[in-house]
Design a protein around this ligand. Structure first.
Ligand SMILES: NC(=O)c1ccc[n+]([C@@H]2O[C@H](COP(=O)([O-])OP(=O)(O)OC[C@H]3O[C@@H](n4cnc5c(N)ncnc54)[C@H](O)[C@@H]3O)[C@@H](O)[C@H]2O)c1
Length: 268
């Protein structure tokens, strides 16, 4: 297979969770996978913009279907995987993108209910997604690709974000251990770790944390340019491209990784 052919996903079936927001990473990943030839099941906890996303993927020549699922509910994830198999015949790629990042505060004041909610979506959800995707992939006997969306907060602590950072660091441990469990089945398990992306969640975090530090946005951008070697913000398509690589044949010997997509800001 040539390198160019190996980067496509023809004949593959993917699920992308948290794909309901037009500006979100999930929608960008789903569009990219659709362009690469995969059939994509897009899902979120509510309908949101899922029908529009299905139409966009179809308009670009791809195949897609929508289904709602709450990633904290095991029965929803089981049903989601079953839906992908019924609709498109298999499940080859699982992208665990659903997450929340707007529960923040100093650790000494952080409410335990907020801690539990964050862990339920960001970590329990990813565990359930890995578990049920892996079961279906093992039963089909064709291997598979599992990709979870971590964060810069998977590698570094961040002001007022101890719960979010703990959940995103947890994804790295889960990824490394699941990669060991599932390697013998030909299933790779990796994470992608973006830094701030200018979308609904990223803008909110950037503005809220700058205000907490007493920085104007001008000061934020001056510091940002000093910190990020490539000198620009990450875009959703940068994360989508990293997911495409990890889902492709080109990454068949890559597993247990947590890949930074941060313009060089995060390097460990
Ligand atoms: N935006 C950034 O700067 C940034 C940076 C690093 C990592 N991330 C991570 O990327 C992922 C996508 O975030 P985004 O920036 O696209 O934000 P987003 O808020 O647009 O997307 C997250 C999606 O997850 C969905 N979701 C939340 N709880 C859910 C649940 N219980 N069940 C199912 N779906 C649920 C939301 O409805 C939403 O559509 C998240 O895991 C986030 O932590 C984002």
């Amino acid at each position: 297979m040539t390198g160019a052919a190996a980067l496509g996903l023809p004949g593959s079936v993917a699920i992308v969770t948290g794909a309901g927001g037009t500006r979100g990473l999930g929608a960008a990943i789903a569009r990219r996978f659709g362009e690469a030839g995969a059939a994509v099941v897009v899902t979120d906890r509510g309908e949101a913009d899922l029908p529009a996303l299905v139409e966009t993927i179809a308009a670009n020549g791809g195949r897609a279907a929508a289904r709602t699922a709450d990633v904290t509910v095991e029965a929803d994830i089981g049903a989601l995987v079953a839906f992908a198999r019924e609709r498109f015949g298999s499940i080859d790629i699982m992208v665990n993108n659903a997450g929340i990042g707007d529960l923040i505060g100093p650790v000494e004041e952080f409410a335990v209910e907020d801690w539990d909610r964050l862990m339920a979506v960001n970590l329990r959800g990813v565990f359930l997604e890995i578990k049920h995707a892996a079961r279906a992939m093992i039963a089909a006997g064709k291997g598979g690709r599992i990709i979870s969306i971590g964060s810069q907060a998977s590698k570094s602590g961040i002001l007022m974000m101890s719960a979010y950072a703990a959940s995103k660091h947890g994804i790295v441990g889960l990824t490394r251990s699941a990669a060991i469990d599932l390697g013998k089945h030909g299933i790779t398990v990796n994470a992608v770790c973006p830094n701030h992306i200018p979308n609904d969640l990223g803008d909110w975090q950037r503005e809220t944390l700058s205000a907490a530090r007493g920085w104007t946005m001008e000061e934020y951008w001056t510091r940002f340019r000093g910190r990020v070697p490539l000198g620009r913000t990450g875009q959703a398509i940068d994360t989508a491209n990293a997911c495409l690589y990890l889902a492709s044949d080109l990454a068949s010997y890559v597993t247990g990784e947590a890949m930074n997509v941060s313009g060089g800001e995060e390097y460990h």
